[in-house]
Design a protein around this ligand. Structure first.
Ligand code: DQA
Length: 152
């Protein structure tokens, strides 16, 4: 049995493929590819392995969550606007039953009222928002700590 639990799925939801053309004041200027390259570098430093997924289709996001059991040890999720209302994604996350960290580039708590709601927050070990790309590094550290803490 593989006792090293370091495999993380980084899942981006709706509109995150458009990074680089979204308001820079909230989301910075990196494209999704550039963001993923940074995350890959941080993961290597932290001796974790990452795989990436992005879709604009809620059902595809749900189906990816269904598939992940046994292939990864933890989840780093930025579901975009779905965060705020998708009970379907919430239910799929519950089914996946993996340690998860919720990340947002922007400070969702300091924006419109509707962005303060997250329907996945209580299923996640942490929520990191408003730190831009660096929030992804912090999320990897939180996942590494969580996976170490819960190791058999
Ligand atoms: C986001 C915040 C969401 O409110 C928004 O709908 C996004 C991106 C973020 O990374 O800051 O698409 O998740």
């Amino acid at each position: 049995m593989n006792t090293i639990r370091n495999r993380i799925a980084v899942m981006h939801g709706v509109n995150l493929d458009q990074l680089g053309r979204r308001p820079a004041g909230h989301y910075g200027t990196l494209t999704l590819m550039q963001l993923e390259a940074r995350v890959t570098g941080w993961a290597a430093e932290l001796r974790m392995s990452v795989q990436f997924f992005q879709t604009n289709h809620e059902g595809a996001f749900v189906e990816e969550l269904h598939r992940l059991e046994d292939t990864v040890d933890g989840l780093l999720l930025n579901p975009g606007a779905w965060t705020h209302y998708s009970y379907a994604i919430r239910d799929a996350l519950e089914i996946a039953d993996l340690p998860a960290v919720e990340v947002h580039l922007s400070d969702v708590h300091a924006r419109e009222q509707w962005r303060r709601q997250s329907v996945i927050r209580d299923l996640c070990v942490a929520t990191i928002a408003g730190q831009g790309p660096d929030g992804y590094r912090e999320a990897l550290v939180r996942l590494r700590d969580e996976l170490g803490r819960t190791a058999a």
